[in-house]
Design a protein around this ligand. Structure first.
Ligand code: SF4
Ligand code: SF4
Length: 346
């Protein structure tokens, strides 16, 4: 932060949201995705602009690498990208033409209903230039996606993309296999059968987690987080996101926009904090955010599971009482409580 401006670095890796619409509404979703979101798919023009900018900002070694990893290169995400497969295919081809080789797509595998379709779609994506895939395997995705589809995606994915298939997290994939799971598994059944495995889950206490899974966490009063600033998260240059509404999202901070992702040069020139009181407070500390919230009528809760829970709870209030340009997309806040019916297949 310099004076009243926030300086951000050029991103070295990042994800492009095709939309926030998903076939699932997982309890741990960082971006509050669900089937209830409208299908506001990213335009090809915006996606091309994002990809051009990433091609410029990424080091050549990142751009050209064909090996994929979670925090490397460019990924296509959301929401569930395979809900709009033709668009995904076009964006992969555009990225490839721009020289972006380290690309992968994240999927919950809802669409992997049979071998032929799965193989045909993956092969076409590879042909268009996609380097790899990230396959979600965790206790929340299998609440709505039958595990047989996730297994199929991993098996055929390895046929097509070889080593460039990330199963996230492999631990749960192996666990579901050991259970001989084929269909879906409600989370309360998972807890009955394998709750200790949760200790090994990378479960970030932000987004929908703080609302739906608060009972899994120890809680603290707001004062516990008061001195913690988010400067590091807001200015990080890796695994940032750019969404279908033009928002530049720092890291995993769903519902926060640093500005127009279509014009990164303007963002690099400095983000005017005079007009961004929420960002200003986040850079100062959670105490400052709480004060800002209270100035707008926010009622402090007795306890929170994390600073991100406190942050989201205050923002959720603020977005209802005033217009803060950094709290985007506004629909993110309304989708916090979306849930599919447990056991309902995607
Ligand atoms: S599969 Fe679950 S975690 Fe992934 S985007 Fe959809 S709702 Fe979110
Ligand atoms: S507290 Fe808010 S800004 Fe900070 S990391 Fe969590 S969600 Fe992001």
């Amino acid at each position: 932060m310099t004076g009243k401006k926030l300086q951000i670095p050029a991103p070295v890796s990042g994800g492009i949201f095709l939309s926030y619409k998903c076939s699932s509404a997982c309890q741990h979703c960082l971006y509050n995705c669900s089937p209830q979101w409208g299908g506001d798919w990213i335009s090809e023009a915006d996606a091309t602009r994002y990809l051009q900018q990433l091609a410029q900002s990424m080091p050549a070694s990142h751009r050209r690498a064909r090996q994929v990893s979670l925090n490397y290169g460019v990924h296509f995400t959301g929401g569930e990208p395979f809900l709009n497969y033709p668009l995904l295919l076009r964006l992969v081809a555009i990225a490839y033409d721009l020289g972006l080789a380290a690309t992968f797509v994240e999927t919950n595998c809802f669409w992997c209903r049979d071998d032929d379709t799965t193989r045909q779609r993956m092969a076409a994506l590879k042909e268009a230039g996609l380097a790899g895939m990230l396959i979600s395997a965790n206790p929340f995705v299998v609440e709505s996606v039958p595990f047989a589809r996730i297994e199929r995606a991993a098996r055929i994915g390895r046929e097509i993309f070889g080593e460039n298939v990330i199963v996230y997290q492999q631990l749960f994939f192996d666990l579901f296999r050991a259970m001989s799971l084929q269909g879906t598994l409600p989370f309360h059944d998972f807890l009955m059968r394998a709750s200790t495995s949760l200790y090994q889950m990378e479960l970030l206490p932000m987004g929908r987690v703080s609302h739906t899974l608060h009972y899994l966490y120890r809680k603290y009063p707001a004062s516990h987080f008061a001195a913690q600033s988010c400067e590091r998260e807001l200015v990080r240059d890796w695994h940032i996101h750019m969404d279908n509404y033009g928002n530049y999202i720092p890291g995993y901070c769903g519902g926060i926009s640093l500005g127009d992702a279509r014009d990164l040069d303007a963002l690099y020139a400095g983000i005017d904090l005079e007009k961004r009181s929420v960002l200003r407070a986040l850079l100062t500390g959670m105490g400052a955010l709480l004060q800002l919230g209270k100035a707008y009528g926010y009622e402090e809760q007795k306890e929170y599971v994390s600073r991100c829970h406190l942050c989201l709870d205050v923002r959720r209030h603020l977005v209802q009482v005033a217009d803060f340009p950094e709290l985007r997309p506004v629909e993110f806040y309304a989708r916090l409580t979306d849930r599919r019916t447990l056991g309902e297949e995607a």
